[in-house]
Design a protein around this ligand. Structure first.
Ligand code: NAP
Length: 292
């Protein structure tokens, strides 16, 4: 698989444009691997073979940014990525995270002690079969631990060559500013989509500063996709799907946005990748932007 996957400029996904993270340039429309797990992001997925096919198909379609975390499963998502892609094609950037522990389905608790973050970097390197994690994201800032100690440990791991670039997740602009005093921040991953714009100021900050913004839960179109709503109207006019419209809006919202739609089905993956070629008109963009 890995060797039979040269970069194909005709890949549908490549129409999404590129963004550079550290020493790798990836295509902006990526893949989120959180859904390759059981219910509540806990344990094995119902159909593991389909999940392996999803990851391989993503790369075939031109995806080279894959987002995961130690806590997805836990471990299951990273293990499936390795099974699907190792040895990795050169262009593939697997971004992982640590800083949340799991006690059961849908339970997520922050733990940011430096010695724990270091262990999780070591464990992700081992599970993914990598010598370096190209992008390592602090999943949450643990309020019980000074933020500079958490980011500082990642900076040390970067100096040691175990991490390429450092990212943050669910942060405010003040928290990004503080983190940047300790380390270079390549990306920020916050909840952001057509219906939830709470991170608008963070998107603007990242645009100004040239930081990659990775919106999670990117395809939620919610009520906007109901019949007569703005998403449904564009779906009808363009012969696309609600997911494609939601992703195309993100891709056109700002050049630093790197959406990572997640799915455990090849059919949904193929649908999502179609977003890269959808060009919304100025009027369609405005209608969606105003609809939130
Ligand atoms: N940093 C954080 O705190 C954080 C939090 C959450 C997620 N994330 C990351 O962000 C990624 C994306 O977020 P997400 O998975 O929550 O949200 P999402 O990608 O917006 O949506 C995924 C959901 O939509 C369904 N779906 C996917 N494609 C579809 C399509 N074309 N048509 C209809 N339904 C479709 C999926 O179900 P099927 O499996 O049935 O397709 C799944 O239930 C995750 O995979 C993860 O990497 C990060």
């Amino acid at each position: 698989m890995a060797d039979s996957n040269p970069v194909d400029t005709e890949s549908p996904n490549h129409a999404s444009g590129t963004f550079t993270i550290g020493d790798k340039t990836v295509h902006r429309l990526g893949f989120g691997a959180m859904r390759l797990t059981g219910k509540g992001i806990w344990g094995e997925p119902t159909d593991r073979a389909e999940c392996v096919r999803v990851v391989r198909r993503a790369v075939e379609l031109g995806v080279d940014l894959i987002d995961t975390a130690d806590s997805y499963g836990p471990y299951v998502s990273e293990e499936i990525i390795r099974e699907a892609l190792h040895p990795y094609p050169d262009q593939v950037l697997v971004a992982t995270k640590a800083g949340l522990v799991r006690h059961g389905p849908d339970v997520w608790l922050p733990v940011g002690r430096p010695e724990y973050l270091r262990q999780q970097v070591e464990m992700s390197l081992r599970r993914l079969g990598l010598d370096r994690i190209d992008l390592f994201q602090l999943h949450r800032i643990d309020p019980k631990v000074p933020a500079e100690d958490q980011v500082g440990e990642l900076a040390t791991l970067q100096e040691e060559g175990k991490i390429g670039s450092i990212g943050l997740s669910e942060v405010t602009t003040d928290e990004i500013d503080a983190a940047r005093k300790v380390a270079e921040i390549a990306t920020v991953q916050n909840l952001y989509n057509l219906t939830n714009r709470k991170a608008e100021d963070v998107v603007d900050y990242c645009t100004r500063e040239g930081i990659g913004f990775i919106p999670w839960f990117p395809i939620d179109a919610g009520k906007l996709a109901q019949p007569g709503g703005p998403v449904a109207e564009i779906v009808d006019a363009t012969g696309t799907s609600p997911a494609q419209v939601a992703l195309a809006w993100l891709l056109q919202r700002a050049q630093i946005i790197l959406p990572i739609p997640g799915t455990s089905s090849v059919a949904h993956l193929e649908d999502n990748m179609g977003a890269a070629r959808l060009r919304l008109t100025k009027e369609q963009m405005a209608a969606l932007t105003d609809a939130a």
